[in-house]
Design a protein. Structure first.
Length: 141
């Protein structure tokens, strides 16, 4: 079971830490922090055609009562590293619910997709023996 974000907490906003150090605000359905950002040059739009970056055309989870959605997103590090992913919660208006990020590389993505019983939209599943991200096959910031 995937934990649901707290509904009483306000969404993360550009003023509360979802922007990179240069202060540029994140787009709707786009998360940015000091290390990573949603890679809006790849993937599908987030349902309403606002911002690309989603691995799938639809959210993994949608809560009808709050409008919160969880997306699997393409991620790019501010230093240019790509081929990274994260799970991101957004409120009904497309503002990130999280201020931090836990990224994964192709190896971790393969494990996640296998656990969800899904493959990428093109039908391909990344190799689970691909190189991990960092020493622990993932990173959290």
């Amino acid at each position: 079971m995937i934990a649901r974000p707290p509904t009483s907490a306000p969404p993360a906003s550009p003023q509360s830490g979802s922007s990179p150090p240069d202060g540029t605000p994140a787009a709707r359905y786009g998360m940015r922090n000091a290390w990573y950002r949603t890679d809006t040059s790849r993937g599908y739009s987030h349902g309403d055609g606002t911002t690309r970056g989603s691995v799938f055309p639809d959210p993994l989870i949608r809560h009808d009562d709050t409008g919160d959605t969880m997306w699997l997103e393409h991620v790019r590090a501010h230093d240019g590293r790509g081929d990274l992913f994260w799970l991101m919660w957004y409120d009904r208006d497309g503002h990130p619910r999280l201020r931090n990020s836990a990224i994964m590389g192709p190896r971790d993505l393969a494990i996640l997709l296998r656990g969800l019983g899904r493959s990428l939209p093109d039908g391909h599943v990344p190799e689970s023996d691909a190189s991990p991200v960092g020493d622990n096959s993932g990173s959290s910031r």
